[in-house]
Structure formats: C-alpha cells, structure tokens
Design a protein around this ligand. Structure first.
Ligand code: NAI
Ligand code: MG
Length: 322
C-alpha cells in the first residue's frame, strides 16, 4: 500500500528545504505526497495560520514533513504536534566528518516532553505589569515519555530536571521517569538542567540520551546545535502513538530566506527519521549516510563554509541515494 505523507513547507526557508526532502523521499520510496499550507503567508491570505484542511491532512496522513513557520510558529507547530498526539520530540544532535564543530565528540539525543511544562499554554496577565505562566506536569505525560525512553535507550539515559527548586512539578517528573525506568530495568542518572548545560558544553561525550521536560529540552537541544555546527544540521521527530510530524529544528531564517542557500541537511535528516518511523529502516539509513557523504565531500552551503545552493546540495544527496 502506498503510504501518504503530508507535506507542509510553511514559510521562509521551510519552502526551500522541504522540497529537497520530498525529492529525496521520492527517490527512495513509493509515497503519495499531500501538500498543505501553514504559517504566516497563509495566515495573511486566509486569516488563520493553520487552515482546517491542513490539520486534516496531518491527522490522516501516515506521517507529516513540516518545514518551518515564522511569527505564527507557535500557532502552527503546537496544534500540529497535538494533531498527531505527539508526546515526545526526538532531537538528535551529532557531529559529522568534514563539518567544523565546537565539540567534535558530540553525539546526543534529546527526548523532550512535548505536551506540557511551561508550554502548556496557561499564561495570564493578572494585572497591569503582572503576568504568570502555569507549569503543568502530569504523571501520565511523564510516564509516556519514560516508556518511550526505555524503548529508545535500553542501555540507559540521563534525566534532566530542576526538582531542587520546582519540587512539586519536576519532583513528579523525575520520580515518574525514574520509576518507569526501574520497572523496565533501565539505568538512569539524574542531572540538574543548569549544571547539565555546562557539562554538555565541556564534556558532551559523557552523555548519550537525555530525557527532558519541555522547555529544558528546547533550550538544551539548541545548545547542542551550537556544539555540532549549527541549526542547519538538526532534524527532529514529533512522535505520537500512530503518527508523527518530522521537522528541522531551525526556523524560517529570515536573514537568508529567498537566497536559495539554506542548508537542506536538517530537513533531509528529518525525512530519514520519518522513513524509520514508518518502518523503512534501510531507506532511512541510506538517506542518512548520503547526507553524511555530502557533508564530508561537498558541496556545502555557506553556513558550513561552502558556496553551494540548497538545490545543488539536494541534487548531490539524491545522486548518492540512487
Ligand atoms: P532560525 O532557526 O530561523 O535562524 C537562526 C539562525 O540560524 C539564522 O542566522 C539562520 O540563518 C540560521 N539557520 C537556520 N536554519 C538554517 C539552515 N537550514 N541553513 C543555514 N542557516 C540556517 O531562528 P530565528 O531566527 O530565531 O527565528 C526566525 C523565525 O523562525 C521566527 O519567526 C521564529 O518564530 C521562527 N521559528 C520557527 C520554528 C518552527 O517553525 N519550528 C522554530 C524556530 C523559529
Ligand atoms: Mg526551539
């Protein structure tokens, strides 16, 4: 049966890198692509950044490839994640031969809680100049994340938290994740997220898989992007029980959007994660290794010191994949 993939390029460089990822998917499999719009541009035209037909396309497709949205990012990506009931955001951050990195030894995967924490959407202005944000942590969400982590990293993982200050919320997070790990016989080590940030910069090789509350996972994975050579290299997967949304970690990059020089690696690596999610492990590996080859031998885009266009890099990746 032909699998259906919803393609939502969004805005800015999302419109430049997503077609490259689609071409690569097309080269390795037999998929039906359903194109849908989301983001600033469609908000201007239709009054909403996430039209109902886009949401439906994502809810019914086997998987979704998303680019990036601009100012409306939160109004697009949060509902898209919810549309597939995504409870974990998987963010690998590793270095590649041929790419200059601050810390060449980095090979990390962040498993970020994807539904709650301070991103649960409970913000309020209590009075003029007085605002609050309610942090939500539930046993259920922490448990789902932990179950996934045990399957993903049976050899053990680090639990990032700040339970010494947020005793109730991160206390529950830490305790739940540790209990689930113990039930599965999986070893964990707990790390205060602020100290962890420093250790990740100094000794990233000491860490492997890091399980994080929502905000911590957002910040620490961007920090890791800085260690490995920039946002143009980081893919991510929003995993739900049946469906997933796959997207580069980066945004719309307004500073280079329209120039045709965005690095498509993050989008193509996100497509590799999509392939693996759908069970096409060999195809996913082929795509990943093609990206590695091109990162090492070129051509590369300006963010990596090269002069190539997005298209030229995409063509090179496709050439290797074939
Ligand atoms: P950004 O990721 O768009 O850009 C940060 C820096 O990294 C820029 O200098 C950019 O040129 C560079 N960069 C990012 N991706 C690159 C690539 N593939 N190749 C080469 N260079 C790349 O983050 P920024 O500037 O904070 O946000 C810009 C817009 O994107 C904002 O409107 C923000 O709301 C949105 N955004 C959307 C996200 C999403 O849709 N998931 C995530 C992050 C930001
Ligand atoms: Mg972020």
């Amino acid at each position: 049966m032909t699998e259906e993939i919803a393609v939502v390029p969004g805005d800015g460089i999302g419109r430049e890198v997503t077609p490259v990822a689609v071409d690569v998917l097309d080269a390795v499999g037999d998929f039906e692509f359903v194109h849908a719009e989301a983001g600033d541009e469609v908000a201007d035209e239709q009054g909403t950044p996430l039209p109902a037909e886009t949401r439906e396309a994502v809810e019914t497709a086997d998987a979704t490839l998303f680019g990036a949205a601009g100012e409306t990012a939160a109004d697009v990506i949060l509902p898209l994640r919810a549309a597939v009931d995504s409870f974990v955001n998987v963010r690998p951050a590793r270095t590649y031969p041929g790419v200059d990195a601050v810390q060449p030894e980095t090979d990390l995967v962040f498993l970020r809680e994807n539904t709650e924490g301070v991103y649960a959407g409970h913000e309020a202005e209590l009075a003029d100049g007085v605002t609050t944000c309610t942090r939500v942590v539930t046993e259920e969400a922490s448990r789902r994340l932990a179950e996934y982590a045990c399957e993903y990293a049976p050899e053990g993982f680090t639990v990032a938290h700040k339970a010494n200050v947020m005793r109730v919320t991160d206390g529950l997070f830490r305790e739940t994740v540790e209990n689930v790990a113990a039930e599965h016989g999986v070893e964990t080590d707990a790390a205060l997220m602020d100290a962890l940030a420093m250790h990740l910069v100094e000794n990233p090789a000491d860490y492997d898989v890091v399980v994080c509350p929502n905000l911590a996972g957002d910040v620490l994975s961007d920090l890791a992007a800085g260690l490995v050579g920039g946002l143009g290299l980081l893919p991510s997967a929003n995993i739900g029980p049946e469906r997933g949304v796959f997207e580069p970690v980066h945004g719309t990059a307004p500073d280079i959007a329209g120039d045709g020089v965005a690095n498509p690696a993050a989008a193509v690596l996100s497509a590799a994660m999509l392939l693996e999610f759908l069970g096409h492990d060999a195809a996913g590996e082929r795509v990943r290794s093609a990206v590695e080859d091109v990162l090492e031998d070129g051509p590369t885009t300006p963010d990596l010191g090269g002069e190539a266009t997005t298209r030229a890099v995409g063509d090179a990746i496709r050439e290797v994949v074939r």
